[in-house]
Ligand binder design. Structure first.
Ligand code: IPM
Ligand code: MG
Length: 357
């Protein structure tokens, strides 16, 4: 049966990077029997422009009716002054929640060809291959109560950090299962020395870990984890953590690779349905100039093939094509270094299509 992909380009560089990823999907359809259909929808600022809502009802419906979602990026200065509920980021948070995409997989992988791009010493990062599993639909991002209100004659802002046992349990299972397929090491990151929410998190992760005796489980406070990520990142295999800690640590981890333009992500529900997007933002400063790096979005398609469609061969085909174009010296501006060939966003997409085999 033909699978369906909802394609949500979003804002800024979103449309141009997604265009290149769609080229890759089209090439797989034409030459390698990939059986998918695609339909576009508006999200973020584009959703607001089209329907006055960063997650228009039609887009949510499309996403619900699809097997997977390919997202570009959302946000831009044009929308910063909108009331909070209309801002592009809200569209993103809502689609995650509405589709129950609780497990966010953010790999940080250093491509040997790009080792120079890292700000860390080559010996610290060479061979780096970490997977961060970030819980994505709970925590202080969604906890109630939240708000800004007047107390004792001044305004206070407040949010609630909250995890239920079941929320921790399901993401812990995902993380252990991923660790089983990798180096069998899992580090759970929290702040259990201060936060009750983290105390419960840790207790549940330990409980779930009893079902995965082959996985070596460790625990780390988030402040130490931030330090260890820049001190000796190769000690990690898989990290599992809550929404806010994962937001912060995954940005730090991405920069170890020197190229935020290279990193894909997957956000999964408990049925292998997923939303796939580059981890970088909408880069309004270079939008529409054919300068952006489409590789993170193209690699997100590889994750889609791997996790939602279970098509490891096709996923590896894309991974190999990306490695090949890097080996051949093609570089968009963000990863350019002397002696390599500078190409546009569209040329990079074409190079990947040419390298697929
Ligand atoms: C991310 C982003 C989002 C988040 C923003 C845009 C709402 O930073 O995907 O990491 O905080 O989750
Ligand atoms: Mg973030």
């Amino acid at each position: 049966m033909t699978s369906k992909i909802a394609v949500l380009p979003g804002d800024g560089i979103g449309p141009e990077i997604v265009r290149e990823a769609v080229k890759v999907i089209d090439a797989l359809k034409a030459n390698y029997g990939l059986d998918v259909e695609m339909e576009q929808g508006a999200i973020g600022g584009a959703g607001y422009d089209a329907a006055g809502d960063p997650l228009p009802a039609a887009t949510l419906e499309l996403a619900k009716a699809s097997d997977a979602i390919l997202l570009g990026a959302v946000g831009g200065p044009k929308y910063d002054q909108l009331e909070r509920d209309k801002r592009p980021e809200r569209g993103l948070l809502r689609i995650r929640k509405e589709l129950n995409l609780f497990a966010n997989l953010r790999p940080a992988l250093l491509y040997p060809e790009l080792a120079e791009a890292s700000t860390l010493k080559p010996e610290v990062v060479s061979g780096l291959d970490i997977m961060i599993v970030r819980e994505l639909t709970g925590d202080i991002y969604f906890g109630q109560p939240r708000g800004i209100e007047e107390r004792n004659g001044e305004r206070v802002g407040f949010n609630t950090m909250l995890y239920s046992e079941s929320e921790v349990r399901r993401v812990a299972h995902v993380a252990f299962q991923i660790a089983m397929k990798r180096g069998k090491k899992l580090c759970s990151v929290e702040k259990a020395n201060v936060l009750e929410c983290s105390e419960l998190w840790k207790e549940i992760v330990i409980e779930v870990g009893k079902k995965y005796p082959q996985v070596e489980l460790s625990h780390m406070y988030v402040d130490n984890a931030a330090m260890q990520l820049v001190r000796a990142p190769k000690q990690f295999d898989v990290i599992v953590t809550g929404n806010i800690f994962g937001d912060i640590l995954s940005d730090a981890a991405s920069m170890l690779t020197g190229s935020i333009g290279m990193l894909p992500s997957a956000s999964l529900d408990d049925n292998d349905k997923g939303m796939y997007e580059p981890i970088h933002g909408s880069a309004p400063d270079i939008a529409g100039q054919n300068l952006a790096n489409p590789l993170a979005t193209i690699l997100s398609v590889a994750m889609m093939l791997r996790y939602t469609f279970g098509d490891e061969a096709a996923a590896q085909r894309i991974d190999a094509a990306v490695r090949q174009v890097l080996a051949e010296g093609y570089r968009t501006a963000d990863i350019y270094s002397e002696g390599t060939q500078r190409v546009s966003c569209a040329e990079m997409g074409d190079a990947v299509v040419a390298a697929l085999r």
